[in-house]
Design a protein around this ligand. Structure first.
Ligand code: ZN
Length: 135
């Protein structure tokens, strides 16, 4: 089965709602029952599922991550973006969801987010949908 990849331009930092693209990829796969993996192939960006109703939630997530992982003078990584690497590791590089009836199952308030911690950049993410063979 093919993977489906998407390109996006990101801001310096932010959570970008990619739910529509993921649902599109699930629909285009033709899989009605199975699982979908959304994967980010970058070391200073990640993928997460969180609330998509109140935009202040993603803003607060970024504030919280900044508080938990501030830039530190002790960091040695020459690129100078260790805080972004830390945030990416904590958020994770993928999410897996259940595909049912040709759609990724999400709660009423859930959306899938591409998390940029060291932009602006050209980024990619992948969606792989796997059919459930059980009868
Ligand atoms: Zn780096």
């Amino acid at each position: 089965m093919k993977k489906i990849d998407f390109a996006l331009k990101t801001p310096r930092e932010g959570l970008i709602d990619i739910t529509v693209h993921v649902q599109e990829a699930v629909r285009d796969s033709g899989v009605t029952d199975g699982i979908a993996v959304v994967y980010c192939p970058h070391t200073t960006a990640g993928i997460t599922i969180n609330e998509n109703a109140d935009p202040n939630v993603t803003r607060d997530l970024l504030l919280g991550l900044d508080a938990a992982f501030p830039d530190r003078t002790e960091f040695r990584h020459a690129e100078g973006n260790s805080a972004a690497h830390l945030k990416a590791s904590v958020v994770g590089s993928s999410v897996t969801g259940i595909v049912d009836g040709g759609r990724l199952v999400l709660g009423t308030w859930q959306g899938i987010y591409f998390c940029e911690f060291d932009g602006p950049r050209s980024r990619r993410f992948y969606v792989k949908v796997i059919r459930d063979n059980e009868r």
